[in-house]
Ligand binder design. Structure first.
Ligand SMILES: Cc1ncc(COP(=O)(O)O)c(C=O)c1O
Length: 404
């Protein structure tokens, strides 16, 4: 198929729910993608966080190739060597105490499991989430997601979800009631604009939940697995939740969702109360084992921290040059640049020049590159962004539009 045929066929045959860019990607290696015409891109979209280890990481590729001839699927009602190995590797790296896991296929599913588990364990229905939060789009996860544009077409959602202003412990305290099962929060809000909490907030939330006997759930679907420079985002603040959700990069690019909890909490689920057909399939688990090995053996967390620091300093330098940059935020390789206007044109112009960048809301450029991105690639991103922002500024000045 040529470029036009691919685009036409996806447009015709696939549900029209993705804001698509007219780029047909056919190959990837590390932090580089190539389109069907051979054009090269630096990938700062990183598959919305999936390609954290880099595209086609050699250890993941080898593990998949090795497993694929042995066994691809195996329902969790039977035991499997790769599932067992993955669970051991996983719980060896999760924060202390979070050592019992439910395996699923996506972030939203991991969140669904966490919500059900909190209700089952506490016998209470209410979940407190944050304004600005994103937890996925299935009905339970969507009930915890904040943005009206995702929620309103599907009302009524699951009852007993409350949203409170973020970064404000008093508002959480006021919201907690006799009915509250859990507080659910992303350690750093991703979709909500790369918002890092103020120091002391997550520690305070832990203390408050303990005081009120309410569970604390961290949604680490985007922050988990080294992205922020620590293996889990919560480790930046030394806080451990009762339940944690993981997904995106954990199986090196294959679909996975993981809900980990303290043993006594996960044990609240009785046989049959929660399940999914694909839970912990051998192929996914083989890839997951390789992903965890790569993370540990190649010191990828440290790389995320040091490259993230370099990237952020470069972005902050751009802020001193361009009045249209309002703020630079983030930790490790989870970075955001808030502009004073819509980022759409900037994203499209960057793509034309071989840089793929995400948005996070209308005004924020989001960078979720693979950890294996090189310094040269970061420099290229900065050069292109510098030029594009300059052009946008000039266009606005010429048309008399204020820059701030
Ligand atoms: C924090 C968070 N939770 C949950 C989800 C949902 O994950 P998925 O799209 O795999 O269902 C996302 C997706 O971006 C996310 O960022």
């Amino acid at each position: 198929m040529n470029e036009k045929e691919v685009i036409d066929s996806e447009n015709r045959l696939m549900a029209n729910v993705f804001g698509k860019r007219k780029i047909v990607i056919t190959r990837g290696k590390a932090a580089t993608l190539w389109d069907i015409n051979g054009k090269e891109y630096v990938d700062c979209m990183g598959g919305y966080g999936v390609a954290l280890l880099g595209h086609c990481h050699p250890k993941v590729v080898a593990a998949i190739k090795d497993q694929v001839d042995k066994l691809i699927s195996c329902h969790a009602s039977l035991y499997n060597d790769k599932r067992s190995e993955f669970l051991q590797k996983l719980t060896a790296v999760t924060p202390k105490g979070l050592d019992k896991a439910f395996l699923s296929n996506s972030g939203a599913e991991a969140v669904e499991c966490a919500i059900k588990l909190a209700r089952k364990y506490t016998g209470k229905p209410e979940i407190i989430a944050m304004m600005g939060a994103f937890h996925g789009k299935t009905m339970g996860a969507l009930s915890a997601t904040w943005d009206k544009k995702y929620r309103d077409p599907f009302l009524p959602l699951v009852p007993e979800f409350k949203h409170v202003p973020p970064d404000n412990l008093d508002k959480v305290r006021e919201a907690i009631s006799e009915k509250t099962a859990a507080v659910l929060i992303e350690p750093i809000r991703g979709e909500g604009g790369i918002r890092v909490p103020p120091d002391g907030y997550l520690q305070g939330l832990r203390k408050l939940c303990d005081e009120k006997n309410v569970l604390l759930i961290f949604d680490e679907v985007q922050t988990g697995f080294g992205r922020t420079g620590k293996l889990f985002g919560c480790q930046n603040w030394g806080v451990t939740p009762d339940i944690m959700t993981l997904a995106k990069p954990f199986a090196g690019g294959l679909p996975i969702g993981i809900t980990v909890a303290k043993e006594n909490i996960m044990s609240a689920f009785k046989v049959g109360e929660h399940s999914t057909t694909f839970s912990g399939g051998p192929l996914v688990c083989a890839a997951g084992c390789a992903a965890i090995d790569a993370m540990v053996e190649e010191n990828l967390c440290e790389q995320a921290a040091s490259k993230g620091k370099y990237f952020k300093v470069c972005l902050e330098e751009l802020k001193t040059k361009h009045a249209i940059i309002k703020e630079v935020r983030g930790l490790g390789l989870m970075l955001g640049v808030e502009l004073r206007f819509d980022v759409y044109n900037v994203m499209m112009k960057c793509a034309d020049r071989g840089i793929l960048v995400l948005d996070a809301g209308r005004n924020v450029l989001r960078f979720l590159p693979p950890i294996v991105i090189t310094t040269e690639q970061i420099d290229k991103v900065i050069t292109v962004l510098d030029a594009v922002l300059g052009e946008e500024e000039n266009a606005r000045t010429a048309s008399g539009t204020p820059l701030n």
